[in-house]
Write a protein that binds this ligand. Structure first.
Ligand SMILES: NC(=O)c1ccc[n+]([C@@H]2O[C@H](COP(=O)([O-])OP(=O)(O)OC[C@H]3O[C@@H](n4cnc5c(N)ncnc54)[C@H](OP(=O)(O)O)[C@@H]3O)[C@@H](O)[C@H]2O)c1
Length: 298
């Protein structure tokens, strides 16, 4: 059986390749990317590394040829091009005879009023394309990634000593990218999952005040939690030099958390993989040194 993973050079992509290699032989794995040179180490291990760009539909025919089951990693968030990109990729998978597709999405995207805006709309579009696409599929609606939405995002806050955010008492069940990768590969390889939508989350719902407390505890640095409104958050984020599309996305993300769009905790991960998801504490502890060092030097 030939397994494909698209977007293999991204952070989730690499973790998915590693998760797949724990369960299949390298010669049964096709990984596609816009930057094959970045995956040379896998080619050396016998994995078939191919060029694919969802913006170049003609590249996808060769890229997906012979693939039977696929984890199709969605193209980067909020670009405004994702409808065409995902449409081309799903069509190419069908034309290549792919029998099973697994695709990552976002919680509660069926609500057109989702405060995250463009990115949520792009996931909603993708879910509709999959439903109409003619290839059996499963959707992973992923909680916010712990590494991105806590470690990367709040390292500067640790340096400043304050987390200033517009999430109020809203919660999220942060999930590790590694667990998303494990769940995706388990769905690709296991039977009986097609047609289902799964919520892939961490084990507990946390407010950002609790996240700030955990960050302070693990890093050993003081971190004050300060609640701000949307306008203040947007103004302060823009003043920090963040591009305007990203200011909108982050402000919308905060509003979405506040309005419980991410207040989803599910046991789907355990049902799919048979193991417990990593907690936010475990993810932070794995990054303890960089959290503590960044706070001192930045
Ligand atoms: N739940 C969350 O918190 C959350 C947060 C951010 C993103 N996401 C979603 O999860 C995905 C993986 O995130 P990540 O953290 O691994 O991000 P990342 O490291 O920035 O990776 C971006 C991904 O998008 C792919 N991509 C971008 N443009 C593409 C194109 N034209 N054709 C084909 N693939 C394209 C990349 O593939 P190559 O570079 O290998 O071609 C790569 O897999 C994102 O793309 C996004 O849809 C979820």
């Amino acid at each position: 059986m030939v397994i494909g993973i698209s977007g293999a050079s991204g952070k989730l992509g690499r973790l998915s390749v590693e998760a797949a290699l724990e369960r299949v032989e390298p010669q049964d794995l096709v990984i596609t990317t816009r930057t094959p040179a970045n995956l040379a180490e896998y080619a050396e291990r016998g994995v078939d590394v191919r060029y694919a760009d969802f913006d170049e539909p003609e590249s996808l025919t060769t890229a997906f040829a012979g693939v039977e089951r696929m984890f199709m990693i969605s193209a980067s968030n909020g670009t405004g091009h994702r409808y065409d990109e995902h449409s081309a990729a799903i069509s190419a998978a069908k034309a290549a005879g792919v029998e099973r597709l697994v695709f990552p999405s976002m919680p509660k995207v069926d609500d057109p009023a989702h405060p995250v805006g463009l990115a949520a709309q792009e996931y909603r579009d993708a879910e509709e394309l999959l439903a109409a696409g003619g290839v059996p599929y499963a959707i992973l609606r992923d909680a916010p990634y712990a590494e991105l939405h806590v470690v990367e995002r709040f390292t500067p806050a640790l340096a400043a000593g304050q987390m200033r955010i517009n999430t109020a008492d809203g919660t999220a069940a942060f999930v590790s990218r590694a667990d998303v990768a494990r769940a995706a590969i388990a769905l690709v390889l296991g039977d009986g999952h097609m047609g289902n939508t799964y919520d892939i989350t961490g084990p507990e719902l946390l407010t950002f005040k609790q996240v700030a407390e955990l960050l302070a505890e693990v890093s050993g640095r003081p971190l004050e939690y300060v609640e701000v409104d949307d306008a203040t958050f947007a103004q302060e984020t823009a003043a920090a030099g963040v591009p305007s599309l990203m200011v909108d996305a982050l402000t919308g993300m905060g509003k979405a958390v506040r309005e419980d769009y991410f207040a989803v905790q599910s046991d789907d991960f355990k049902a799919i993989t048979g193991r417990d998801p990593l907690s936010l504490r475990e993810v932070l502890e794995a990054h303890r040194d960089e959290l503590a060092a960044a706070a001192v030097t930045t």
